[in-house]
Design a protein. Structure first.
Length: 196
């Protein structure tokens, strides 16, 4: 093709964008329902070291402590999610799954007992560290440039989010960040240049 972007590449990106839109839509619908039912859904978040709290690993990224919390997660989720989605639906879904799993399990293992952890910020931190480390693992200049841009825009917020603070799940942030690096390593291109 003359423009260097094939129809299949456009379709792959479009599908990736749809995944991000669908995830955000679920978050917003969940928060609307949660508001109507008096915030009872928030109890389905991650409850550390409680067997019933394991289901929160899947549910917690879609639950938020109000619309202000949701908005603060939606903007970086969309921006970084779209960047990841340029590689397609499978890539963004895989990164999201790895990050959510590592963030959720880490939170479940180390967060204080008798607490409930909700919100997509663990995934946001994972998206950020995925983008920060992807260029390093892929040995790709564009990836390194994207990582530098992410660091410049969100670096201070990322570092600040790792500090223990009342009412903030720094454990989710920390393990989400670890999950992003794990995802970048798992999905790194092979040295021969083949996609992973």
């Amino acid at each position: 093709m003359l423009l260097g972007v094939s129809g299949s590449s456009r379709k792959t990106r479009y599908d990736g964008f749809l995944v991000i839109f669908a995830l955000v839509l679920i978050m917003w619908v969940s928060e609307a329902v949660d508001t109507v039912v008096g915030h009872r859904l928030d109890g389905y978040g991650i409850e550390p070291r409680d067997a019933d709290g394991l289901s929160g690993i899947i549910a917690s990224p879609f639950l938020h402590g109000g619309f202000e919390h949701l908005i603060s997660n939606t903007v970086p989720f969309l921006v970084m999610g779209f960047v990841i989605a340029f590689k397609g639906a499978v890539r963004v879904a895989t990164v999201t799954a790895i990050v959510a799993l590592v963030s959720g399990l880490g939170t479940w293992l180390v967060a204080p007992a008798d607490t409930v952890h909700i919100g997509a910020s663990g995934v946001v931190f994972g998206y950020a560290t995925y983008l920060l480390s992807r260029g390093f693992f892929d040995r790709q200049l564009l990836g390194l440039a994207v990582g530098l841009a992410v660091g410049a825009i969100w670096g201070t917020a990322l570092l600040g989010g790792l500090l223990p603070e009342e009412g903030i799940s720094w454990q989710g942030h920390l393990f989400g960040a670890i999950g992003g690096v794990v995802a970048a390593r798992v999905l790194a291109r092979r040295r021969q240049g083949q996609p992973a």
